[in-house]
Design a protein around this ligand. Structure first.
Ligand code: NAI
Length: 781
């Protein structure tokens, strides 16, 4: 017999990891758990079973927290907050470091317990989940140490409510708790109902690390407990990872509450293969993309998009590889695919696969059978899938890969972006130019080139579009748990008693859409009143249809502007500033006419603001992260897309410029609604914009009633972000209506010092105008 034949015919023997340490730990707790509040375990009232999905055996009783228990956890976190946030960054760094050490010391217990509770293979918990947990705490010990220097002028957000899913129980816990504590917040975390045990084990590690009581609290339970945490008035921020539906409900529930929110939701990530790719690597990559963690991964490469010329070959090799995958006892070190977390998830997978077949896809599964005991599902491939099919659009969250083909790179991009999600993507090609071009054009928070499912604490993870907003990890992840501290410095503008009234021309300012002045749809107008109630002009009253036209124009300009060089964008902003400066006194008079204040300082400040953002256009840029990878991880700062901007009432010109300039400098196209009461400074800008080489559609201006227009922009599915500076109720409405496409919102109804360079401009604005994409590019042969 040849050696190759021996390899082919060898059978796997069992290689089980001993469950001993986890069983002993469960027994020591009499297999019954309460909540972890104020540094100690407290008994729960109602309980439910936590079950090993691989065997169906009950592992322990876990408590269902009532609103009263959530309240007591929030109260403990509130009590702990002053002392914890007052600690030096160094002191907090020591605690985080101690937790990281505890995780490493107890890594075997944690890995086995996670495998028992979740059903994922021990190879993954041992080699991926737990090491990444430790890495996250080490990395964030570093941010705590450097906090005062790296984030000057920032304070913690306060008490944070965190809700996590069951697919990476301990890792998601680490992603949530480490940055929150580093920044000085205190935490109440609710693990998923199927997988609470490692969080409770982690609670003991917090005790061992001598973390002060109340800094970290755990309440267990299902969605009802999660809801009680979301609704609790004592929580300052909610951080959620889970399904898009629940994310949407949380967005609605927190709208108008002033609570900060970050959401990491689902995905339907493309796995793009070009004809020059190394096919054997592609096949191994696909295994890691969709059969890692049984495919229960938010960023799973669940859509295989292959160039037509090699599609057949790739599918053939993939099937051969699938035939060799091993499904079974997750504690067996030679098992590739473990158990599905719960019966309801298994049913969901079965139902969706059946639906795929009913809609015309071809199903392929290996010839061998899955274990009958326990919740197992075989690796599955669906081919002949139409791009619009349910299985090509909906997150299956199981070991199911759907395959489609494309001919050209342009078609590949169109297919890749043809979902509502934008969490991650993989690109496989040996052509570096093509790889980077694809990586830039795919709308996703993470793109792996010739690799997949790589994570690191230094590289912020999070989505574009309906995959949510906010990042976990890295510098941008820290900002999710910090708030700027600067109080606006008010200034008093000299009041002008006698306005140099220019004779009124009987003319109604139009709208500015697609680079042209446009009549409003309905032909209505609004009177603009001066400080003493006298009519000083008229502007068009824009409506829903005008906004739709404006959004369409902004969309048409989107790619051209996003891919224009930063230098060009800067040049255009400088040019706008220059043209404004040439007419400074006219603009100053107009401000005076509308507000009664001397307008000259406002014009000067607006010019300076344009200069600032022109300067930042090519300076607020990305980073290369030091991830543990042979290669580079490029963190690109990208525009969000089409932005709806609703200007504050105060500072008619400066408020307008302060929103417009950062958005445009960063490569967004905008639909902007000027100050409702003083819109003339914006309509006067039309001519300035027309003579400043600005491409048509980059800036679209619709005058009208702010609180009639804001809901239209907030609900518009082609608007990617909305900034709203107006009333409290208007802000709540914007947040509530934003859930359609889960757009990012930035609402601020309290006064901001527009004249003040600290609160009126700067990185806060630039961050709100951008999103970070991480491109992982391994190197070497
Ligand atoms: P889910 O979104 O319901 O659960 C995630 C967490 O939210 C759990 O801790 C749960 O108890 C909590 N929760 C549920 N309802 C809540 C509410 N109204 N308010 C506050 N918290 C609430 O996800 P589920 O039902 O476990 O899974 C359903 C589907 O969601 C999966 O098949 C998958 O497609 C997707 N999913 C996506 C995840 C991701 O990482 N993107 C993670 C988990 C699920």
């Amino acid at each position: 017999m040849k050696v190759a034949e021996i390899f082919e015919t060898m059978e796997y023997g069992p290689a089980p990891e001993a469950a001993g340490p986890a069983v002993a730990w469960l027994d020591a707790h009499e297999r019954s758990f309460g909540h972890f509040i104020d540094g100690a375990f407290v008994p729960g009232h109602d309980h439910f079973d936590s079950v090993n999905p691989a065997t169906g055996q009950k592992l322990a009783r876990v408590a269902q927290a009532s609103p009263a228990e959530v309240d007591s956890a929030v109260a403990a976190a509130r009590r702990a907050l002053p002392a914890w946030s007052a600690l030096s960054g160094h002191a907090r760094a020591r605690y985080l470091y101690a937790i990281a050490r505890q995780v490493q010391r107890n890594s075997r217990l944690l890995a086995v317990l996670e495998t028992l509770d979740n059903g994922k293979p021990i190879r993954e918990t041992r080699d991926i989940d737990v090491p990444l947990v430790a890495r996250h705490f080490y990395h964030h010990a570093g941010w705590a140490q450097l906090l005062e220097r790296e984030f000057p002028g920032h304070a913690p957000v306060g008490v944070v409510g965190q809700i996590i899913p069951w697919n990476f129980p301990l890792l998601m816990l680490a992603w949530k708790i480490a940055p929150a504590l580093a920044a000085g917040n205190t935490v109440v975390l609710k693990p998923a109902e199927y997988t609470s045990l490692t969080a409770l084990a982690f609670a003991e590690l917090c005790q061992a690390a001598k973390l002060p009581p109340g800094v970290v609290n755990f309440v267990t339970g299902d969605g009802r407990t999660g809801k009680a945490l979301v609704d609790h008035p004592g929580v300052d921020k909610i951080a959620f990872t889970g399904s898009t539906d629940v994310g949407r409900a949380i967005r609605r529930a927190t709208a108008g509450s002033g609570k900060r929110l970050s959401l990491e939701l689902g995905g339907k990530s493309p796995f793009l293969v070009f004809d020059d790719a190394d096919i054997d690597s592609v096949v191994e990559g696909a295994v890691d993309a969709i059969w890692f963690n049984q495919g229960q991964v938010c960023c799973a490469g669940s859509r295989l998009l292959v160039q037509e010329s090699i599609a057949e070959k790739v599918i053939e090799k993939l099937r051969a590889r699938m035939e060799k995958l091993r499904v079974g006892d997750p504690l067996d070190k030679a098992v590739d695919i473990g158990a599905i977390v719960a019966p309801v998830q298994l049913e969901r997978i079965q139902k969706l696969v059946q639906q795929g077949v009913d809609e015309g896809a071809t199903l392929w599964q290996p010839s061998w059978a899955c274990p009958k005991e326990g919740l197992f599902y075989p690796p599955t491939l669906l081919t002949g899938v139409a791009p619009s099919a349910t299985v090509a659009q909906v997150e299956i969250f199981g070991p199911v890969l759907v395959a489609m083909s494309f001919r050209t790179p342009a078609e590949a991009i169109a297919l890749a972006n043809n979902t509502t999600f934008g969490l991650a993507a993989s690109v496989w090609t040996e052509n570096v130019n093509l790889a980077l071009d694809m990586a830039r054009k795919i709308k996703a928070g993470t793109v792996w080139i010739n690799a997949t499912n790589l994570f690191d604490a230094s590289s912020g993870f999070g989505g574009y579009r309906e995959s949510g907003f906010g990042r976990e990890g890295g510098r941008e992840g820290m900002f999710e748990y910090l708030q700027p501290m600067h109080a606006p410095r008010p200034i008093t503008l000299p009041r002008v008693t006698r306005v140099a009234q220019a004779p009124l021309v009987d003319r109604t300012a139009k709208l500015f859409i697609g680079g042209k002045q446009a009549r409003p749809d309905q032909g209505y107008s609004l009177k603009v009143l001066g400080p003493d109630g006298q009519v000083v002009g008229e502007v068009a009253e824009g409506n829903r249809k005008d906004l739709r036209n404006a959004v369409e124009a902004a969309h048409a300009a989107e790619d051209g502007w996003a891919y224009a060089t930063a230098h060009l964008r800067a040049q255009i902003l400088y040019y706008v500033a220059e043209n404004l400066a040439a007419r400074a006194s006219e603009f100053a008079d107009r401000i005076t006419l509308q507000t009664g204040h001397d307008g000259s300082l406002e014009v000067e400040t607006a010019i300076s603001r344009l200069f600032s953002y022109a300067a930042w256009a090519d300076k607020y840029d990305g980073a290369v992260h030091g991830v543990p990878l042979r290669g580079l991880t490029l963190a690109l700062v990208e525009p969000i897309g089409v932005m709806g901007l609703l200007c504050p009432d105060e500072a008619p010109l400066l408020g307008f410029v302060s929103l417009l300039a950062p958005a445009v400098a960063m490569g967004n196209t905008v639909v902007i609604v000027p100050s409702e009461h003083h819109p003339l400074s914006a309509t006067d800008l039309y001519q300035v914009l027309e003579t400043s080489d600005l491409p048509a559609g980059v800036i679209n201006i619709v005058t009208g009633r702010r609180d009639a227009l804001a809901p239209v922009l907030a609900a518009h599915d082609d608007v990617d972000a909305v900034w709203y500076f107006g009333s409290e109720s208007g802000a709540a409405e914007v947040e509530k209506l934003s859930t359609g496409n889960m757009k990012r919102t930035w609402v601020a109804h309290t006064g901001r010092g527009w004249f003040d360079p600290v609160t009126g401009e700067g990185h806060e604005f630039l961050r709100e105008a951008t999103q970070v994409k991480n491109i992982w590019t391994p190197s070497g042969e």
